[in-house]
Design a protein around this ligand. Sequence first.
Ligand SMILES: [Zn+2]
Length: 89
Amino acid sequence: MDKTQKNKVSPIDCDEAARRFSDFMDNYIKGKAKVELMQHIADCRHCFERIEFEQMLKAKVSAMRKATSIEKKAAKRNMEEMISKIYSA
Ligand SMILES: [Zn+2]
């Protein structure tokens, strides 16, 4: 047996996750690309913390602008649901 446990199931790496992440924040990302991003985040503590931090920042900015913060909250909840599904799978 070789030690490939480190690679696990994550279909994308941190660089790819970072690239998709900005699309995710702007709601440009959908379907498989989004699922892969979620899988990576569920798997990668580093990216998970970064995405949480960025979402918190962005939520604060939109709250200040009184923009569509409801949409952002929905996106965040959607992400949390997907992550919990992945964890319980
Ligand atoms: Zn990562």
